[in-house]
Design a protein around this ligand. Structure first.
Ligand code: MG
Length: 375
């Protein structure tokens, strides 16, 4: 399939979807939905050129899944498509929305086979319900429901999308340019995933695989006189705190790195640079919450967290319960999935000399189980 590039639009924010994650990140086995759709098309038709759009904060993560070209989408479908087309050099382009996640191979074959018929080949379905426009019934035999994927002549589609008018599909943009479109029969299997309840009607979907991902985090901070001390988001009675750009909550920093590690999302320094004035003296709890939110948005779920605080001083024991509760609440986990241990270094090294504290943390994550979250 040398002459056709597959464009997969997967930059949507899933505002109508109504789950903690976004639909392009619902895991199917071990693949996020966007990768499953791209792979299904490639396996069925042998596309050599594939461009996937993603939201800007997903790009790095998406690029770690395979060798598809991933480009930043825009605020609208049309803006995303325009960005994708900059990468397209083949004479034709087949555009599919990730929401159209169940490939109907026969239908797509019909679309591709008709490619010489017009500037844009469009799968359509008729309307079987009685149809009104405002207060007046209209002739439903003339009505058509437009589906994707549509196959377009790349040069014509590029010109059509220069229009400032926001078109919701390629055929309407190409038609507005005065170019030809050609209809082929669509498919009732190519149902769209818009709302969570649509998950019940999409036979091609499979549940996420059982998965345990482990991440490790470690952090050390020296003490600093006359600074409030915070550990695990809890304020400790202490004449000194931790020297740091932020509030110096060395335990939350270690937990954040463990979570990012398990998720494959880098490290705390990439997320919250200590050169950024926004994090000067910052409370570390919102940083942890932002990381949890990010993990959810890429289809993952935290299973458990365990950490060890290595400190000669301060004494951790009086605060252990409060710290565990606070961590559980920040992580949105029941307390039995959060464990906290404290030890000393037996007076050895910088910890033994009471110069600072080190925290080690381990976290495990699985795929978000979307099959349990809808009816
Ligand atoms: Mg730190």
């Amino acid at each position: 399939m040398e002459a056709i590039t597959l464009v997969l639009l997967a930059a949507g924010s899933s505002t109508r979807f109504g789950m903690g994650t976004r639909k392009q990140w619902l895991y199917q086995g071990h693949k996020p939905l966007w990768q499953k759709v791209a792979d299904d098309f490639v396996n069925a038709f042998g596309f050599e050129h594939v461009v996937v759009t993603g939201s800007a904060d997903d790009l790095d993560h998406m690029r770690r899944f395979g060798d598809y070209a991933v480009v930043a989408g825009g605020a609208t479908r049309q803006a995303s498509l325009r960005a994708a087309l900059q990468e397209v050099v083949t004479p034709w382009v087949l555009v599919n929305d990730v929401a159209r996640c169940c490939l109907d191979r026969i239908m797509v074959e019909r679309v591709i086979a008709a490619r010489d018929q017009a500037a844009c080949i469009v799968p359509v379905l008729g309307v079987t319900d009685t149809l009104y426009l405002g207060d007046d019934p209209v002739d439903r035999t003339q009505a058509r429901r437009i589906q994707t994927p549509q196959l377009s002549r790349t040069d014509i589609l590029k010109r059509a999308l220069e229009s400032p008018i926001n078109h919701t599909d390629e055929s309407s943009a190409i038609r507005a340019l005065g170019e030809s479109i050609h209809f082929v029969p669509g498919s009732t299997h190519a149902h769209k995933l818009t709302h969570a309840e649509d998950l019940n009607h999409l036979a091609c979907l499979e549940p996420p695989a059982p998965e345990t991902r482990v991440g490790f985090g470690i952090d050390t901070h020296p003490f600093e006189q006359d600074k409030p001390m915070k550990l695990c988001g809890v304020a400790l009675e202490s004449p000194f705190g931790f020297k740091a750009h932020s509030d110096g909550d060395v335990a939350l920093h270690a937990v954040i790195d463990a979570l990012l590690g398990a998720a494959g999302l880098g490290d705390i320094g990439e997320w919250f640079p200590d050169t950024d004035a926004a994090y000067a003296g910052a409370d570390s709890a919102p940083m942890l919450e932002a990381v949890i939110e990010r993990i959810r948005r890429v289809g993952l779920a935290v299973r458990n967290v365990d950490l060890t605080i290595v400190a000669q001083i301060p004494r951790i024991l009086p605060y252990k319960d409060a710290m565990r509760q606070r961590l559980a609440s920040l992580l949105d986990l029941p307390p039995h999935r959060v464990n906290l241990k404290a030890t000393t270094s037996e007076k050895l090294g910088f910890i033994g000399r009471e110069e600072g504290v080190t925290v080690h943390a381990v976290a495990s994550l699985g795929y978000f189980d979307w099959t349990q979250e809808h009816t």
